[in-house]
Design a binder for this molecule. Structure first.
Ligand code: SF4
Length: 369
């Protein structure tokens, strides 16, 4: 039996309401890769009117981590006395000349962990090894990273540091809207990011660019309610922040998590794979935590010029094309031998299309009870 967030009848009703509401075509971007996977998996894009185009956004933290940082992680893993701890899906993300898997095959030390606190435990257990946690993720994972480094400092651990790749969502939306080719009419914001950060950062974007932004969850009913809330606004010319995911999101966010982030991190410019450098889009350790910054602690090499790539991930991450438009999709690029990060990650758009839309894939249906 399906729960109310997967209720086929409710799904049908919402899709029909969206159709009745629309008087013209709209383009709505779902920001989060988890939402992209749900849309493709449940065929939400095939339930709604063809004139409502869903654009997949850059909300996959693994996908947007720049090649230079992958290269640094590989370099650290191959540095004597150092062990890199990382989430598992980072291991197959290609750098300029290999990934963390291949670094491990060359003798590098790489350990999969499920949280930064696991990496901290490794540091406690191996006092003679420098443990570097590859801190990837949006605002959702930043509080746990902040907690790990705060604890390391409190415990006086000298063998724990971070390679920080945390990124912030609102500046990326601003960059997408500033791009000359921008064609986004509204956004579904990622519910889990909003549960940490709240909604306050989105109101200035709504006002400045006149786009509605709806904090949205991840089930078929959530996504269709989010789309309806967006279309409702677009049809009457409104552009406000709406909270579809109120069961998890408070408009003020999670105060404890926000305070942890504020204590440990400061905002800085950050380079995103596919989008380039985006002002104020990254989190970096504050000066008082600089000793825990792996890029300060270790003498790392100068980034090398990037080789030409056949991967269209930049266009996919900007929402310009769907993954299936890439000439390498399902051919040279598949999950077991990816050419780009979006084919690797559980939140990558290319992986979603490969898993649920490639020939032979089994697609779930949001309307079959
Ligand atoms: S299908 Fe592969 S090569 Fe093409 S954009 Fe996606 S990750 Fe890159």
């Amino acid at each position: 039996m399906r729960d109310r967030f997967h209720d086929p009848e409710r799904v049908r009703q919402l899709a029909a309401r969206i159709g009745r509401r629309m008087t013209r075509g709209w383009r709505i971007m779902e920001v989060c890769g988890g939402q992209t996977h749900a849309i493709v998996r449940y065929g939400i894009d095939e339930l709604i009117p063809a004139e409502l185009e869903l654009i997949h956004g850059p909300g996959c933290p693994v996908c947007v981590t720049p090649i230079e940082l992958i290269d640094r992680a590989c370099e650290l893993a191959c540095t004597p006395g150092v062990r890199v701890c990382s989430f598992g899906d980072m291991l197959r993300v290609p750098g300029s000349s290999g990934d963390l898997h291949s670094a491990r095959a060359r003798g590098g030390r790489v350990q999969i962990v499920y949280s930064p606190l696991d990496a901290l435990a490794v540091a406690r257990a191996q006092p003679d090894t420098q443990i570097v946690f590859f801190a990837v993720g949006f605002e959702t994972t930043a509080p746990a990273t902040a907690l790990s480094v705060a604890r390391a400092r409190a415990e006086g651990l000298r063998n724990f540091s971070l390679l920080v790749a945390h990124v912030r969502v609102p500046p990326a939306l601003e960059a997408l809207l500033d791009a000359p080719e921008a064609q986004v009419d509204g956004f579904l914001a990622a519910g889990h990011v909003c549960s940490v950060m709240g909604l306050d950062e989105y109101a200035p974007l709504c006002e400045r660019y006149h786009v509605p932004i709806v904090a949205t969850g991840f089930t078929p009913v959530d996504l269709l309610e989010g789309l309806l809330a967006c279309v409702d606004q677009l049809e009457v010319g409104r552009a406000e922040v709406v909270n579809q995911y109120a069961r998890a999101v408070a408009s003020s966010g999670n105060r404890s998590a926000l305070e942890l982030i504020r204590q440990v991190f400061q905002v800085e410019d950050r380079c995103w794979r596919g989008l380039g450098s985006i002002r104020s889009s990254g989190l970096a350790l504050r000066a008082e935590f600089a000793e825990f910054d792996a890029e300060h602690r270790f003498a790392l090499g100068v980034p090398q010029p990037l080789p030409a790539s056949r991967c269209w991930s930049a266009r996919v991450l900007r929402g310009e094309v769907k993954p299936t438009a890439c000439p390498e999709f399902g051919r040279a690029c598949q999950p077991l031998h990816p050419l780009g990060a979006p084919m690797v990650s559980d939140e990558g758009a290319c992986a979603a299309y490969y898993r649920y839309r490639a020939p032979g894939a089994v697609e779930a249906s949001a309307v079959d009870g």
